[in-house]
Design a protein around this ligand. Structure first.
Ligand code: ATP
Length: 892
């Protein structure tokens, strides 16, 4: 893994072996000012973008050639050659025109799909905070150059190789490079040049993650010059993997091709056997095959999914994979954390609870009145990593710790003096498993004060004494129970609780969490976000369960859950301690079912989160899960939809997730799910429509062949219909807004096929009715209007064309109104209908085209027949929706 020393392009001596002043000298940068814009420009030219992968951009020619590779083109080309060979030049050229039109349409749809995919890559880029020209700005990590001064915080992903300038308690997870799974502590001093990578503790490497602490560092190498670059070579980003939906569409396509070929062969064979013209029958066979092959399905699905991603981004949800859109629509359970997702994450200390003087409201008591309060406030300030802004309100760091600083300031403690009075020598970071944090601060007498803060349950467990008016007294069992009772009481009010404890030691070695003296409890309020309750209500209506999985305690969790309207299912919250080893449970045991039906889990450790997700998944649910910390990453990956917070979340969590919420709002998840449902429905509707149109064409020709009448629709007419009447309404269906009631239905089952049995029955039924109408027109034309075969065929052709157009209104779901539904409110549908009607008039009245299509303008009576016969399938469809047995699964 360690590279030979001489490969770094910048330095005579490796940057970790130099003092930081020398490193900055070589890179010609002042760390307080950063690079100037001129330097940045020059270096960007010299070193190129800071990237390991190049996004493959698909060129226009490639997309064009791709169109010609399709089986449809092969079929059409065969038909054209056949026509020329037989001297049927008009038909031959017409088919060539069809090939051109088909290619052009295919080209533009695919181009659009490809370009929107490329735009998506841009959404998912990682940013980095740098100091340039004296200002701290956020830039795209790809724009980093050697010499850039990077500002680092816990949870960041390192995007280039960096030499540390200064740091505070910085630790990083370098497992991606070294395989070492424990975080490594960092420092700023030079180390020997031959130190192996894992030991270079003044460096931070691209691809690793900062687990905690903060600092500044200078970029020493970027892109392929980084250690990570050395082990990966410049690869072109592979095309996005096919989404499950696209795969299923492909499979559907293949099945249809087989069925169609069989039918086409049958039609051709029986036609020839019945004495029809060879060329006419072969051409018909090919036209039918072309009609039934759903070539455009996967592409249109891609366009619809990509459009969904764009819409979601507009609503503050960044989704980074097409397949996530599809999965979102099937989400059955949202596992959410509490702080910041359901609550504001704006904390205020509401009170201190001490031994002598319980319940202290800060404004009334000054700490001069009370030595225990002073101690509590000091612990809150010393055992703290946040800092307050000087001028404005607020500060940087954990909102809980900011609240403690604000409380201390309000009580009159001069918080800026404390750190120099009691310098911090060691810190035991807050750990979500231990739920406590400790610092060792040096006192004047040379001893150390250990300050501990953490979850009351955890702290009480490791206290043996209690502070009462400045005196240390043993902590009796009875006292302990009283403290626990108080904690519970306050928790029930939805307050977030902390306990403070101290001890004095003479060495900084040893376990901080034993033999402590309890000072008291602190209650903090963190009100629920106002948008959460309505959003949870929407989830419940939509059959989506909301489950709270929190690190906080049971009473607080239950109280907040109740106030935001989470349905507790008549069950108490389960404490993490009481969770059995989930991995070892039988899936249908009572224990599993109990867990499955519980809605609040408190004091849950990161690994238990993972187990809970797995349990829900094994129960057949699609699970979405929110998280923000570094240790949430595994659970975010494991969930079907990992959701990270854009503002509060760490980059590590964002990287591990499928969706990032720019506004951190729970309600955004719900709108994304709604969008996912709409899109999936649109895609199914689009396929359903296209299938019923295509099957009707096949059926019309097959039936006519069986009955032995003239062909009600000629080969070129079939091709015309496929290019005109089906395509535009189908595309319009694919981009509809969705139904009003879509969030009032249960989520679809993940196994539900795109087209189920009922849809196939529906398709066959619609196709059958359309076929009857078309044959009816032909019959009326020949028998009652006594038209020539050509003229009668015009009637049946137009009947089919218009029947397909009106059929689009059959695509509404049965529970929506006839006049007001997702179809009638979709302006694209109306535009498509207008366009197609126009094109059909062109086909009838523009000489060259009508000649080629062998269409003769019908009389007024003829048009009357066309209109009446083409409306029949619409009427039957609507009557069926109103009164027939419910077949349509489409609406789910
Ligand atoms: P959620 O997981 O829903 O966001 P949470 O933030 O309460 O909830 P954790 O961050 O795991 O979950 O915190 C668990 C408990 O640890 C808190 O209830 C609090 O008592 C304690 N705690 C949280 N942050 C700190 C901290 N910085 N120092 C000491 N104790 C803390």
């Amino acid at each position: 893994m360690d590279r030979p020393v001489e490969t770094n392009p910048f330095f005579d001596k490796q940057p970790w072996a130099l003092d930081i002043a020398d490193v900055l000298g070589v890179l010609e940068v002042d760390s307080k000012h950063g690079l100037s814009s001129k330097q940045v420009r020059q270096r960007q030219q010299k070193f190129g973008p800071n990237q390991l992968r190049k996004h493959k951009k698909r060129g226009i020619v490639e997309i064009l050639i791709n169109q010609l590779k399709s089986i449809i083109i092969v079929l059409l080309a065969t038909a054209a050659l056949f026509a020329f060979w037989l001297g049927e030049y008009v038909d031959g050229w017409a088919i060539v025109a069809v090939i051109v039109i088909n290619t052009v349409i295919g080209f533009f749809t695919e181009l659009r799909a490809v370009r929107s995919m490329e735009a998506l890559f841009k959404l998912g880029k990682v940013s980095t905070r740098v100091r340039r020209a004296g200002k701290i700005i956020e830039i795209d990590a790809e724009e980093l150059v050697p010499g850039d001064v990077v500002i680092i915080e816990g949870g960041d992903i390192i995007t280039a190789d960096l030499r540390i300038i200064k740091q505070s308690k910085l630790q990083s997870d370098e497992s991606a490079l070294t395989g070492e799974s424990l975080p490594v502590s960092k420092q700023g001093d030079a180390v020997a040049e031959d130190t192996v990578l894992a030991g270079r503790d003044n460096m931070l490497y691209k691809g690793t993650a900062v687990t905690r602490g903060s600092g500044e560092a200078v970029v020493v190498s970027t892109g392929l010059d980084t250690e990570l670059g050395a082990i990966s070579s410049l690869v072109e980003e592979a095309d996005q993997e096919q989404t499950p939906l696209e795969e299923r569409l492909d499979k559907l396509g293949y099945r249809l091709i087989t069925i169609t070929l069989i039918i086409a062969l049958f039609v051709v064979g029986s036609g020839i056997w019945a004495g029809k013209e060879l060329f006419l029958m072969v051409e018909t066979g090919i036209a039918l095959a072309v009609a039934a092959i759903p070539e455009g399905l996967p592409i249109v699905a891609t366009i619809a999914l990509a459009k969904g991603i764009r819409l979601m981004a507009r609503k503050n949800a960044l989704v980074n994979r097409l397949s996530s859109v599809e999965t979102l629509g099937a989400t059955g359970i949202i596992c959410t954390d509490k702080t910041g997702t359901l609550t504001e994450n704006k904390m205020t200390v509401t009170g201190f609870y001490l031994s002598g003087d319980r319940d202290i409201s800060l404004s009334e008591h000054k700490m001069s009145d009370n030595s225990d309060l002073r101690l509590a406030l000091e612990v809150g300030v010393l055992c703290n990593n946040a800092s307050l802004y000087h001028q404005e309100k607020g500060g940087t760091g954990d909102p809980l710790e900011i609240a403690l600083l604000e409380a201390a300031k309000k009580a009159g403690l001069v918080i800026d003096e404390l750190p120099s009075k009691y310098p911090e020598i060691r810190e035991e970071a807050f750990d979500a498993d231990v739920k406590m944090m400790a610092t060792w601060n040096k006192k004047k007498d040379g001893e150390y004060r250990v300050s501990v803060k953490g979850a009351p349950g955890a702290v009480l467990d490791v206290c043996s004494s209690v502070m009462v008016d400045g005196e240390v007294q043993p902590l009796q069992k009875k006292d302990r129970e009283q403290w626990e009772e108080l904690n519970l009481e306050l928790g029930r009010e939805g307050l977030r609780m902390l306990a403070f404890a101290v001890k004095t030691v003479d060495t900084i070695e040893g376990n901080p969490y034993e033999e402590l003296t309890l000072i008291g409890l602190v209650a903090l309020s963190d009100p629920p976000r106002s948008d959460v309750k309505p959003a949870i209500f929407r989830c419940q209506q939509a059959g989506i369960r909301v489950v709270m999985i929190t690190g906080d305690q049971k009473a607080t969790a239950e109280s907040i859950a109740e106030s935001v309207g989470i349905d507790l299912n008549n069950r108490e919250a389960i404490h993490g301690r009481d969770l059995p080893d989930i991995a070892g449970l039988e899936m249908d045991s009572p224990e599993t079912n109990e867990i499955y039906h519980t809605s609040v889990f408190s004091r849950v450790s990161p690994s238990q989160k993972l187990d809970l997700i797995e349990l829900f998944q094994k129960k057949g649910q699609i699970v979405a899960m929110t998280g923000d910390g570094v240790n949430d990453a595994p659970a975010l990956k494991k969930a079907d939809i990992g959701i990270a917070m854009g503002q509060r979340g760490t980059q590590v969590a964002q990287e591990a997730s499928d969706m990032v919420l720019l506004d951190d709002a729970f309600s955004t998840i719900v709108s994304a799910i709604e969008q996912g449902r709409v899109i999936f429905n649109n895609i199914r509707r689009f396929i359903y429509y296209l299938m019923s149109c295509n099957v009707s064409e096949v059926m019309v020709v097959a039936m006519a062949t069986i009955i032995g009448t003239a062909l009600p629709i000629l080969p070129l007419q079939i091709l015309f219909l496929n290019l005109v009447t089906d395509v535009f309404p189908a595309l319009a269906l694919g981009v509809g807004e969705g139904e009003a009631g879509i969030m009032q239905k249960s989520p679809r089952s993940p196994e539900q096929p795109i087209l189920g049995r009922s849809e196939w029955i529906g398709i066959a039924g619609y196709a059958f009715i359309i076929t009857l109408s078309v044959l009816g027109s032909l019959f009326i034309g020949m028998e009652y209007l006594l038209l020539s075969a050509d003229k009668a065929v015009t009637l049946s052709f137009l009947t089919l064309a218009f029947a397909q157009l009106w059929h689009v209104f059959n695509m509404r779901s049965s529970d929506s109104g006839f006049w007001n539904n997702t179809i009638t409110t979709n302006n694209y549908i109306w535009a498509a209908l207008l366009l197609c009607t126009g094109l059909l008039f062109v086909a009838v009245y523009v000489p060259v085209i009508s000649d080629v299509l062998k269409v003769t303008p019908p009389t007024v009576t003829g048009w009357g027949v066309v209109f009446i016969m083409s409306v029949i399938p619409l009427l039957v469809g609507q009557l069926w929706k109103g009164y027939g047995p419910d077949l349509e699964v489409l609406q789910k």
